[in-house]
Design a binder for this molecule. Structure first.
Ligand code: GDP
Length: 419
C-alpha cells in the first residue's frame, strides 16, 4: 500500500520526500513519508506517517486513496490502545496521552507528562512489589498452621501493613492533586441582584467577562467561564439572582438554570452586600441552597461597610469579608478555596490522575486495612492473604494488568480520533 501511494517504501526512520499518487499516477500531494517498523514504533506495529500540505480536501483524498488500498480510519484512541495492548505503555500512561492533549493549565500538562513517563505507574509498581512480597510471606506461613501466628509476629507483619497504608496514603494524596489539575472544580456565584456577583467573577478571572451594571438583575442567564487559579482549572458560573415571586419568563428560566448549576457545583459562594448587612432576602436564599454543598458566605463591599478583610465563622457558616471592587480580600478567598477543595499548588511531583485511579486506590486501602483488622483481631492469616490479593487486583486496574474489556472500551473511546 505504501509503495502504491509513495512509489517506494521509505528507509526506516528517515524523512523521505515523495509524491503521493492516485491509481492513475496523478499526484494528490507531495510531502514526507516516515516509516517506523515494529516493534520500535509508538504502537509496536509497523507504522507509516504521511505528511502533506494540510488542506482538508487533499488530506481527505489521501485518506480515501489509502482506504481504497485496504486501510481504514482509526477509532478514537486506537493508536494508544494498540500501544497498550502491545505492551509499549501501561494503562495509566496511555490515559496520560489523552490528558496531556486535553490539559488546560501548564501544571496539568506537566503532571500528565510525568504520568506519561511512568511516574505514577512506577510508584504503583513499587508498591505492588512490596505488597506481593508480604502476601507471599503470609501465604507461606499459612502452610505452617501451627506456627503461623509466630511467623507473622516475627516478621512484624502488622507493622509492615501500617507502612503499606502510609505509603498508599502518600500516593493517593498526589493522585488527588492530579485529579484536581485534570478536572478542576466548579464554583457557583449566587446571591441577590447587585450583591456583586459579576464584580467578583471579574476579579477572579482578572478581566471584564461579566457585565457589571447598577441595574438589579442584569445577569439573567448563567454565565460560565473557565479560569485558572495557580494551575487549578476553575469553572465559574455567575448565576441569575434568585428573585422571589417573579413572573418574568426570562427571569424564571434564569432561576431554573441557577438551581441546575447549584446542583452540579463543587463549591458555592453566596455573595451578600455587606453595606446592607444580612437581609431577610439573603437569609431566604441561604436557606434555599443545597444543604450538601460546601458553601462560603462572601460579605462583599467592605470598602463601603467599613468592615476589615477577614475570614470568620458566622452562624455556623464560613464567611469572608472582601471587596470585589477594590480587590481587597481576594487573596484570602483564593487561599480559602484551595483549602476547601484540598488543592496544594506548591506540591511537587504531582502526576495526573482520574477518578477511577482514586477509586482503585481507596479500594486497595480498604482491603489492606480490613486485612490488618483480620490479623490484629482474629489472627487470621488466611483472611489477610485474601484481602492483600484484593488490594493487588484493585491496584492492577490502574496500570492495566487487571482490566475488563468494558473498562478498556470506556477509556479509549473518550480519546480524540487519531491518538
Ligand atoms: P451582581 O448583580 O450581583 O452581578 O452585581 P454587580 O457585580 O453587577 O455589582 C452591582 C453594583 O455593585 C455595581 O455598581 C458594582 O460596581 C457594585 N459593587 C460590586 N462590588 C462592590 C464592592 O466591593 N464595593 C463597592 N463599593 N461596590 C461594589
Amino acid at each position: 500500500m505504501v509503495k502504491a501511494i509513495c512509489g517506494t517504501l521509505p528507509k526506516p526512520r528517515y524523512a523521505q520526500f515523495c509524491h503521493f499518487r492516485e491509481a492513475d499516477d496523478t499526484i494528490i500531494d507531495s510531502g514526507i513519508a516516515l516509516y517506523f517498523p515494529g516493534p520500535a514504533s509508538f504502537t509496536g506495529e509497523d507504522v507509516v506517517e504521511l505528511q502533506g500540505h494540510g488542506s482538508p480536501l487533499v488530506m481527505d483524498r489521501l485518506c480515501q486513496r489509502a482506504i481504497e488500498l485496504g486501510a481504514r480510519m482509526a477509532r478514537p484512541g486506537e493508536f494508544s490502545e494498540r500501544a497498550f495492548l502491545n505492551n509499549k505503555m501501561d494503562l495509566a500512561q496511555a490515559e496520560a496521552v489523552a490528558d496531556l492533549i486535553e490539559s488546560s493549565t501548564e501544571q496539568a500538562a506537566r503532571s500528565a507528562m510525568r504520568s506519561l513517563q511512568g511516574d505514577f505507574s512506577n510508584r504503583i509498581n513499587a508498591f505492588l512489589e512490596e505488597l506481593t512480597h508480604l502476601r507471599m510471606y503470609v501465604e507461606a506461613s499459612i502452610d505452617f498452621a501451627d506456627e503461623e501466628i509466630d511467623f507473622l509476629a516475627e516478621a512484624q507483619v502488622d507493622k509492615q501493613l501500617q507502612d503499606l497504608l502510609t505509603t498508599l496514603d502518600g500516593i493517593a494524596g498526589s493522585a488527588r492533586q492530579g485529579r484536581l489539575l485534570r478536572e478542576g472544580i466548579s464554583v457557583v456565584l449566587a446571591g441577590q441582584p447587585n450583591a456583586g456577583k459579576s464584580s467578583l467573577h471579574n476579579q477572579l478571572a482578572g478581566h471584564d467577562a461579566a457585565i457589571v451594571t447598577d441595574v438589579a438583575g442584569t445577569t439573567r442567564d448563567v454565565l460560565r467561564e473557565q479560569i485558572h487559579l495557580d494551575g487549578l482549572p476553575l469553572r465559574i458560573s455567575d448565576t441569575a439572582g434568585l428573585h422571589e415571586a417573579t413572573s418574568d419568563i426570562v427571569e424564571l428560566e434564569g432561576i431554573r438554570r441557577t438551581q441546575n448549576e447549584l446542583a452540579q457545583a463543587d463549591h458555592i459562594l453566596l455573595i451578600i452586600d455587606d453595606s446592607l448587612g444580612m437581609t431577610p432576602q439573603d437569609n431566604k436564599i441561604l436557606n434555599d441552597m443545597p444543604a450538601d454543598k460546601p458553601l462560603t458566605v462572601i460579605r462583599n463591599k467592605i470598602d463601603r461597610s467599613g468592615h476589615q478583610i477577614g475570614e470568620t465563622v458566622e452562624a455556623g457558616r464560613q464567611t469572608i469579608f472582601l471587596s470585589a471592587k477594590t480587590g481587597e480580600g481576594m487573596e484570602l478567598l483564593r487561599q480559602h478555596l484551595f483549602e476547601a477543595v484540598g488543592y496544594h499548588p506548591e506540591e511537587e511531583g504531582v502526576f495526573i490522575a482520574r477518578r477511577r485511579h482514586l477509586d482503585a486506590l481507596s479500594r486497595a486501602r480498604l482491603a489492606i486495612s480490613h486485612g490488618y483488622d483480620c490479623l490484629a483481631g482474629l489472627g487470621a492469616g488466611e483472611l489477610l492473604a485474601e484481602e492483600l490479593r484484593q488490594a493487588q487486583n484493585a491496584l492492577g486496574e490502574i496500570t492495566g494488568t487487571f482490566t475488563t474489556e468494558d473498562l478498556l472500551d470506556h477509556i479509549f473511546s473518550s480519546f480524540c480520533i487519531g491518538k
